[in-house]
Design a protein around this ligand. Structure first.
Ligand SMILES: C[S@@+](CC[C@H](N)C(=O)[O-])C[C@H]1O[C@@H](n2cnc3c(N)ncnc32)[C@H](O)[C@@H]1O
Length: 389
């Protein structure tokens, strides 16, 4: 009797273990796919989202079932992403089929190398598990190449500490000329003109300029290099009418106004009521006389409205993707951007990323619901989009 009970309970335990295992397998399989979807949104930006998103808001949306596991997987994969990419490149095992699902590949590679030993069902999992040795040996080679002993050191190495990044200020030429700004800031700091963006000054890392009189009176703006490239690349002429489609807090609006020497008109559209005040404050501080704030959703604007009949260019700077890390923004494409991973990025890699970004920007522009006919006439088309890569 006793023996029978023992047998029965051990069979039941075996059975329940089996079903627990398959539950874990199933849950890991789906979490990886949900995490891959979130990671894709985080890395590429989601053209459909209009407000600032975060990983949390993406994961805690209704479409994700395994929220906790998915959140952890996305965060951990992002933390190890530079290493994962490096491993995959060093191991050279990705063919074009799997490159099309690269976010899923990143997630699974993270899980195989650093995650939990949950058995891997699914084709992508099987593909990578069969190459586990190659992945591990690639990781070992990277550790040797980078002269570090453990993965944690590698993570530190891949991060660009804030303390190494140069500080940039954009001179607001509506209020001050570049040489006077150089002169004034040069009294306190080592300052030089940026070699790429006009009116941008580069200062050493860690300079605290928040309370500097030139910042307080709007003569210079604390604006990063990537952010300052956008209006400069759009290169609007004085007298043009330009639509700044996602304007708050207004740094690029103010930059456009300076480039246009305060002439012509900038229509600064902003959806978020709370951010409109900040936009107005920035415009006031910049002294730009030619900005009209337009509260509302730029996707709902009527291109046939006479208000837009003279618009020559659009600057589109939608809310960025969830990660908020510089690594996923345009900054790291800049050759001079800090130390760390950027300096490991080859020129070809950088140019490929730039080309991908341009393609995406174009696709976004074409899929944009609103279409200004006057922009498509030859010689008039100017569309500058930033952020999502
Ligand atoms: C990345 S920020 C823009 C930063 C700004 N260009 C600058 O340089 O200071 C994106 C802004 O777009 C706004 N936004 C998002 N979707 C929008 C929409 N559909 N219409 C208008 N504004 C939108 C957000 O509220 C946010 O203030």
């Amino acid at each position: 009797m006793v023996r029978t009970t023992a047998k029965t309970s051990s069979a039941a335990a075996g059975k329940s273990k089996k079903s627990r295992l398959s539950n874990a397998e199933r849950s890991a399989y789906f979490s990886r796919r949900e995490a891959a979807k979130v990671l894709r949104s985080v890395l590429q930006g989601d053209a459909r989202r209009r407000a600032v998103g975060s990983i949390k808001s993406l994961v805690y949306g209704p479409s994700v079932k395994n929220k906790k596991a998915t959140f952890a997987l996305v965060c951990q994969t992002l933390k190890h992403l530079s290493i994962v990419k490096d491993v995959l490149e060093t191991a050279n095992i990705l063919n074009s089929r799997w490159k099309r699902q690269e976010e899923l590949i990143y997630i699974i590679t993270y899980d195989i190398l650093f995650g939990q030993e949950i058995s891997f069902i699914g084709d992508a999992e099987k593909f990578l598990v069969r190459r586990k040795d190659a992945l591990q040996s690639a990781l070992a080679r990277i550790l040797v190449r980078k002269k570090v002993k453990q993965v944690e050191d590698l993570i530190d190495l891949y991060q660009t500490p804030d303390t190494l990044k140069p500080r940039y200020v954009r001179v607001n030429t509506l209020k001050l000329d570049i040489d006077s700004a150089l002169n004034e800031l040069g009294k306190q700091f080592m300052v030089q003109k940026d070699d790429m963006v006009p009116d941008l000054l580069r200062l050493p890392p860690k300079c605290d300029l928040h309370n500097h009189p030139l910042v307080m009176n709007g003569s210079v703006f604390l604006q990063g290099k990537a952010s300052s490239m956008v209006a400069a690349a759009l290169d609007p002429e004085p007298g043009w009418e330009v639509l700044d489609a996602c304007a708050a807090p207004g740094n690029k609006t103010a930059h456009l106004a300076a480039l246009m020497k305060g002439k012509g008109k900038i229509i600064a559209c902003e959806l978020n009521k709370d951010r409109i005040k900040r936009l107005e404050d920035t415009i006031r501080l910049s002294g730009a006389p030619n900005v009209q704030v337009l509260p509302g959703d730029f996707l709902s604007l009527d291109p046939k409205d006479p208000l837009f009949s003279k618009v020559r260019a659009i600057l589109l700077d939608p809310s960025c993707s969830g990660s908020g890390t510089v690594a996923e923004r345009l900054d790291h494409l800049l050759p001079s951007y800090g130390a760390g991973p950027a300096s490991d990025t080859t020129e070809t890699e950088r140019l490929n990323k730039l080309a991908t970004f341009q393609k995406k920007a174009l696709a976004h522009a074409l899929s944009c619901k609103f279409h200004f006919p006057q922009l498509t006439q030859s010689g008039l088309q100017k569309f500058m989009m930033c952020n999502s890569i």
